[in-house]
Design a protein around this ligand. Structure first.
Ligand code: IMP
Length: 199
């Protein structure tokens, strides 16, 4: 069975990706399992650059095919912000997810509704010799001003899926794993994996 290292130290992402890939016939490894400990700075100017930086570093350190993702929230009224900077979108030092949600809502207050938005995720798969493939997933929705739901993380409580009438934080994990940006990107990455195996 071929092996794929998840190039992330985020246990939430590991859990999500493990569930999505459980029937792929691929042995999924975590950095801890193979004794690789790396903290990669996200210095790229695009999601793809950041994802590739992480996947490349882990692929070299572990000598195994590695997959990393980078993601963010893009709000149309803010010209795509916070985007690449979603994790750092607050002027407060040591800001929490709740602080970032409050800051986003403050930025949106003067804009007309609906506040359409999307989550975007780009995955990079990199082999130990540097061969690289990308996959992308997008989940469209809308920002709402009141928080709903306790699941998920980040902007989930204010990200509404209009067709379902529920926020991302109101979805059980199995449902989020069907339709989230990360789930879509991971499923798109499956095809890319087969391209590596043919080479
Ligand atoms: P990264 O991909 O770990 O760099 O995540 C970037 C940031 O985007 C996170 O810290 C969150 O603020 C936001 N984000 C990414 N994916 C999600 C999600 O599934 N739900 C809520 N927020 C997310």
């Amino acid at each position: 069975m071929s092996k794929l290292l998840l190039a992330t130290n985020n246990p939430g992402k590991v859990e999500e990706i493990m569930e999505i890939t459980h029937d792929w016939g691929v042995e999924i490894l975590t950095p801890a399992q193979i004794g690789v400990h790396l903290e990669i700075k996200e210095t790229g100017h695009t999601y793809a650059e950041n994802a590739a930086l992480k996947a490349r570093a882990f692929a070299q350190a572990g000598r195994v095919l590695s997959m990393a993702d980078d993601s963010g929230l893009e709000v149309d009224a803010l010209d795509g912000k916070p985007g690449l900077y979603s994790a750092r979108f607050s002027p407060l030092p040591g800001a929490s997810d709740a602080d970032r949600r409050a800051y986003l809502l403050e930025q949106l207050r003067s804009h007309a509704r609906p506040w359409t938005a999307c989550f975007r995720c780009v995955i990079a798969i990199v082999s130990p010799d540097g061969e690289t493939r990308f996959a992308e997933g997008v989940c469209p929705g809308e920002i709402i001003s009141e928080e709903r739901g306790d699941n998920g993380f980040g902007y989930d409580p204010i990200f509404l899926l209009p067709d379902l009438g529920l926020t991302m934080a109101q979805l059980p994990m199995e449902v989020k794993n069907q339709l989230s940006h990360r789930a879509r990107a991971v499923r798109a990455a499956r095809q890319k994996l087969t391209e590596f195996r043919r080479n």
